[in-house]
Design a protein. Sequence first.
Length: 295
Amino acid sequence: MYRLLFFGLVLIELMSCTKRTLDFVIRQPDDMTAPTTVIVTNASENCEDFVWDFGDGSMARDSIVEHTYYLSGNYTITLKGQAGKRYKSVQKEIEVVAPEECLVLIETNYGIMMVELYDETPLHRDNFIKLGESGFYDNLLFHRVIEGFMIQGGDPTSRGARLNMALGSGGPGYQLEAEFRLGLAHVKGALAAARLGGPSNPKKKSSGSQFYIVHGKDVTESTLKQMERKHGQLYPEQVVKDYLEYGGTPFLDQDYTVFGRVIEGLDVIDKIAAVKKNRQDRPLEDVWMKIRVIK
């Protein structure tokens, strides 16, 4: 009996001396310009029940996590875990640097699209940034979707709109002067400004807020030659290459202002373009958006 008691006391003492450490390792790229991805690895010993907090509202529980930061700033990565009877946490700091080019993040319920805005169209670029930073686009809808053509949104009356409500006529109360550039074409993923058509808008001024993203179809060299004859200008070599590789809607060139392009998330356009719609091309289930400027 005494031997068993002695053995139990030794076991308890050994358990109390067990090393419990909470730690993790961050592997980050040399270039921490947004958007950027880091990999965190749990290096804890004799702890359990772990939770990651990445400082941007995202959390995870896996031992190894690959996490993308889309916005610049200083972030605190926290790993919480149970060490014995107590919960502890360890924190490490990272800094994500703002990009030189102008990027915006378009979040949807079908995924995320990263868009580069063009400096060659400063009126549209600055206006889109202003509206994005003000929260104007938050929870607006892609209210007009045509597969093989485009997905359109930015009507402020779409926020909270009934499913049978007609949309597409709303805006911020102003228009923008057209900024046509032959080198900025309607290839798949192009971000362009919607506008009123017909004789009521002879200068082809853009809507102050409504935009569309090109889905498009396959494009042939003969179609591009036809467009070149129409405009009396040759497409830049890169534009021709992009049209032939990705497709698009070249018949819209020089009629609507292209001011950006999706550089990540082309598959999101495919997903939205394929949703079921009513006779007015409005999705039967709302496709919402949230826009953030990466800076």
